[in-house]
Design a protein around this ligand. Structure first.
Ligand code: HEC
Length: 117
């Protein structure tokens, strides 16, 4: 009987814990229209330009990043999730530099047409 109760408690604990884990891997929904300058560039400024400052392609410095991304073929408007900018940070070699919110923000910006807004 005691083992039975222990197993129930363990079961509940496991379900609760895996529930929490599942929550953390769910993609974060970013609302509204994304501003390139106010939401995307700030990600580059704080997390990417330590390396992508001209030395490493793409150049992600303010004022240069937009043209570099568009002309460098990093954005695929027809299939936003296949954009190299996104695949690199989402499972690719740059994944560790971007948070879930950063990834969602960048994907949503591309889905909305990758505007220079
Ligand atoms: C510590 C240095 C460093 C940081 C920080 C960094 N990167 Fe990179 N990045 C590199 C290097 C080195 C490469 C080339 C090797 C590779 O593709 O993994 C690269 C490659 C890339 C590429 C592909 C370039 C190509 O032409 O194939 C993209 C896109 C990219 N990074 C985006 C980002 C973004 C967005 C961030 C910030 C969230 C970021 N990187 C942060 C060093 C960095």
């Amino acid at each position: 009987m005691k083992t039975y109760i222990k197993n129930i408690i363990l079961g509940i604990a496991l379900v609760t814990l895996s529930g929490c884990y599942y929550d953390t891997v769910l993609p974060i929904e970013v609302e509204g229209e994304i501003s390139y300058i106010q939401q995307v560039q700030v990600i580059f400024d704080s997390k990417c330009i330590g390396c992508h400052n001209g030395a490493e392609a793409p150049n992600l410095l303010t004022g240069l990043s937009y043209e570099d991304l568009i002309n460098g073929g990093y954005i695929t408007l027809e299939a936003p999730a296949n954009s190299l900018l996104y695949t690199k940070i989402n499972g690719g070699s740059m994944d560790g530099f971007a948070s879930s919110t950063d990834k969602s923000t960048i994907l949503k910006w591309i889905e909305q047409g990758a505007n220079n807004n």
